[in-house]
Write a protein of this length. Structure first.
Length: 419
């Protein structure tokens, strides 16, 4: 099949997040399919953005054709980001009229976080008789309404709701990362027969798995110092932002008052400085700089347990699927998880202890319980996570499931689409 995946924020191993489009496309290419990813030249998620002038730049990465559409830089979620989205949509439509016009397209996937690329993707699908797929990462406009406090009557929210409704109306197949998104999408008149859950995953190949030799020298030195005095070491890797309950973990460690419990934070983020300040009186809490993914998960594997968490939000009733959850499973260490959601991947895998979000008492209890496990119990728990993530969240399997869903939808024939 000739597959076109449209995702404004798509990344690659060289550019950084988002990794999911690359992971899926890489395995589709390995299966003999032709895959083009159309992405914006600028994304706030990437470590490195491609250098693009006024014209689309083409680049080949792991057999995938990337078409980088020029989009302006932005910061935050204001008018700059709106201009970037509009510029990207115009660029995709230009690709439809130009690059894609003489090429065969069997499936087109509208995969940006926002739902607006359904419109140029619908036109591509209609012109080529292709299967139209909408991939749901986050629920817009529910996310800005429930997380950002926007009114449902705000003009931007009204336009976003109209776009989501077009996605539900027009897509031949809706693929969701969130396991319970259908609870919402049915209220927007999506037929459940067109809905498929394909969660986030990880690359479990040897080159993407933990490797002790990849741990940076400064991290090795830090680990050696913290390991003294029968320490119990907890690791966290990811963004340092108040979206994650990192200060709650610090307060829980302070509340326990056990000098053997130590924490390593790996990463960077807008709130790192203030989070560091909150732990200034705790010598057993250490902050390391951002690392390449393999180095970060290898450092986590050198710890006794891994922390993941989310602050309580009503939106999580539709489920969660953070990549850091599956990375935590991959390192085969017990996980202490703090979240309240419509699913519990840590509990499902049997690889750790889950406590309700925002409860310092419950988190302190969870830390106590996981510390008191025997080495054999911790080993068994960690191995359960490794087995679970390889069986259910390996991108090689997820890419096959995605492709099977597309082919099944295609066999039913493309639906009649509006212009």
């Amino acid at each position: 099949m000739n597959i076109v995946l449209v995702n404004q924020y798509a990344g690659s191993p060289r550019h950084g997040m988002e990794f999911r489009p690359h992971q899926l496309a890489k395995h589709w290419v390995a299966s003999g399919h032709d895959v083009t990813i159309i992405a914006g030249s600028f994304s706030h998620l990437r470590n490195l953005n491609p250098t693009v002038g006024r014209k689309v730049e083409e680049e080949w990465i792991d057999g995938i054709r990337y078409r980088w559409v020029p989009t302006p830089r932005y910061s935050g979620n204001g008018m700059g980001r709106i201009r970037s989205i509009v510029s990207f949509l115009r660029g995709v439509d230009k690709e439809r009229r130009g690059f894609l016009r003489t090429r065969g397209v069997d499936a087109v996937i509208a995969s940006s976080t926002h739902p607006f690329d359904i419109d140029p993707c619908r036109r591509i699908a209609r012109e080529h008789g292709a299967t139209l797929v909408w991939e749901v990462h986050d629920l817009w406009p529910l996310s800005p309404i429930e997380l950002g406090g926007y009114s449902p009557r705000h003009p931007a929210i009204v336009l976003t709701q109209m776009a989501e409704d077009r996605c539900c109306r027009d897509a031949d197949l809706v693929v969701s990362i969130l396991p319970r998104a259908i609870d919402h999408l049915e209220t927007r008149k999506l037929n459940p027969d067109r809905y498929k859950v394909i969660p986030n995953g990880v690359d479990t190949t040897a080159e993407a798995s933990p490797d002790p030799s990849s741990i940076p020298a400064d991290a090795m030195e830090c680990l050696a110092k913290l390991r003294k005095d029968d320490a119990f070491l907890i690791g966290y890797a990811g963004s340092h932002t108040r979206s994650y309950p990192l200060e709650l973990l610090i307060e829980a460690v302070r509340g326990l008052g056990d000098p053997r419990i130590k924490v390593i934070f790996i990463g960077d983020g807008p709130d790192k400085s203030s989070i560091q300040d909150s732990a200034a009186d705790l010598p057993g809490v250490v902050f390391l700089d951002r690392m390449p993914r393999v180095s970060a998960i290898s450092t986590l594997q050198a710890c006794d347990a891994v922390f993941v968490g989310l602050k309580k939000q009503s939106l999580f009733r539709f489920g969660i699927g953070m990549n850091k959850i599956f990375d935590a499973m991959l390192v085969e260490r017990p996980v202490i998880a703090s979240y309240s959601a419509g699913n519990d991947p840590i509990g499902e895998a049997g690889c750790g202890i889950t406590v309700p979000a925002d409860s310092i008492e419950q988190l302190m209890d969870g830390l106590n319980r996981i510390q008191k496990l025997t080495k054999e119990q911790r080993r068994t728990m960690g191995e359960a996570g490794g087995s679970f993530v390889r069986e259910h969240h390996d991108y090689r399997q997820l890419s096959d499931r995605f492709l099977e869903a597309v082919q099944s939808s295609k066999s039913k024939g493309a639906r009649s689409l509006p212009g």
